[in-house]
Design a protein around this ligand. Sequence first.
Ligand code: AMP
Length: 120
Amino acid sequence: MNERTIFHEIISGEVNSKVVYRDHLVTAFEDIRPKSPVHILIVPNKYIKNLNSIKDTENQKVLLGHMIFICSKIAKIKKIQDTGYRLVMNCNKDAGQEIDYLHIHLVGGKPLGSFLEMKK
Ligand code: AMP
């Protein structure tokens, strides 16, 4: 059985959040502990645990494309399209996935530095 997460409760409206965008497929809301001036989480309305759970179906592949498209839309709403931004998806322990509910982080609003600095 899949665990119920805080994101289930945000999407259902049981827990308050600052929703910045919502449509029939996704909900986007402000991260509660922002790592940059703009830090939005984009989540599917229907539960998917993480990228490992994505199925080879048209619906799920369309959903993934839609999530990224909506990131570009929110970047424009937040007026960071020209200064730039970064999308991050964490999957499982080594990536530090904290909430087991598929989501994209959209971060920006300041220089973000080099992403691929490797730590041993
Ligand atoms: P991840 O580590 O990729 O699973 O990211 C989970 C993110 O969810 C973190 O950046 C948290 O700050 C954020 N988060 C946790 N609880 C909430 C909440 N109630 N509202 C908004 N964001 C949250």
